[in-house]
Design a protein. Structure first.
Length: 288
């Protein structure tokens, strides 16, 4: 793979072995600006890949670069303009949220008011006087995400930023990240294993499976529909006439039929659609 001058993140044949298990096996990709999603089941190696990309962990094989720097060899130079949020970020224990955001802003050079603005958007401004120890995992996640999104960096790497929050706030997170990416012209690399709007509005989706990037797709590529209805069996029978890949798994219908076609077929048969989502086809093999 030849590194493009427009790519901020570059990964070439990266491998990592843990106790004879090859967690990453010749992973290869390059990313430019926009919202890039790394999806995969828990334990697939997403966090390990992020640790390598940010110089926390050394790969056993291959190479990576962030903004033209090897993060393991030149960690400070590589990470100078990267905002990296860990899935389980380190916090100041008994310190109040107000003290933490002051500490964070003084180190990263961002304003405390910007952090508070994001906290307001996520509905957690009420935690300012609380300690991190008293917060739920979801509240802690939203406070930390507020801190990192307040940074003005060309690269944002966010590890499972929506894993502990409710559906409504996941929707807000997706909208806020989308607006930030558009306004800042930055590159976002975000890992997730959760269905939400991030999957449907991203510029690119990568699937990490069996240690490799098996599929890549974007918002404009092939889609799969997932629905929960009052009669999955009847709707599956109707759809599989034209879409033989239609199946039922975990109480949901998976099909290559569009949402419009699915809803039309449901209405014709008086079937109630409880929920639906359209995802990149590349993700179907993970969630089906």
């Amino acid at each position: 793979m030849v590194e493009s001058s427009g790519d901020a993140i570059y990964c070439n044949d990266v491998s990592k072995l843990f106790r004879r298990r090859k967690v990453l096996n010749n992973v290869q990709f390059s990313l430019g600006k926009g919202i890039n999603i790394l999806s995969g089941v828990n334990g697939s190696g997403k966090s390990t890949l992020f640790y390598i990309l940010t110089g926390i962990m050394k790969p056993d094989g291959g190479s990576v670069s962030i903004l033209g720097h090897d993060p393991w060899v030149s960690h400070e130079a590589a990470m100078k303009e990267v905002s990296f949020m860990l899935e389980r970020p380190s916090v100041l224990g008994s310190a109040s949220i107000r003290e933490h955001i002051y500490w964070f802003s003084s180190i990263r050079g961002t304003g405390t008011e910007s952090i508070k603005d994001y906290m307001h958007l996520f509905g957690v401004e009420y935690t300012l006087s609380s300690s991190f120890q008293s917060l739920s995992m979801g509240e802690m996640e939203l406070v930390m995400l507020s801190c990192y999104l307040s940074c003005e960096t060309p690269v944002f790497i966010l590890d499972e930023p929506n894993s502990n929050v409710d559906v409504h706030r996941r929707s807000i997170i997706s909208e806020v990240i989308r607006n930030k990416a558009k306004a800042s012209n930055s590159i976002f690399l975000i890992s997730t294993h959760i269905f939400d709007e991030l999957l449907t509005t991203s510029d690119r989706v990568m699937v990490l499976k069996n240690g490799q990037i098996t599929n890549t797709d974007g918002a404009s590529g092939r889609r799969a529909s997932i629905l929960r209805t009052s009669d999955n069996i009847a709707l599956r029978a109707a759809l599989e006439v034209d879409f033989p890949d239609t199946s039922i798994n975990g109480g949901a219908i998976f099909t290559s039929a569009s949402i419009d076609n699915c809803v039309k077929a449901a209405l014709e048969r008086d079937i109630t659609v409880f929920s639906y989502i359209s995802i990149p086809e590349a993700l179907r093999s993970i969630y089906e």
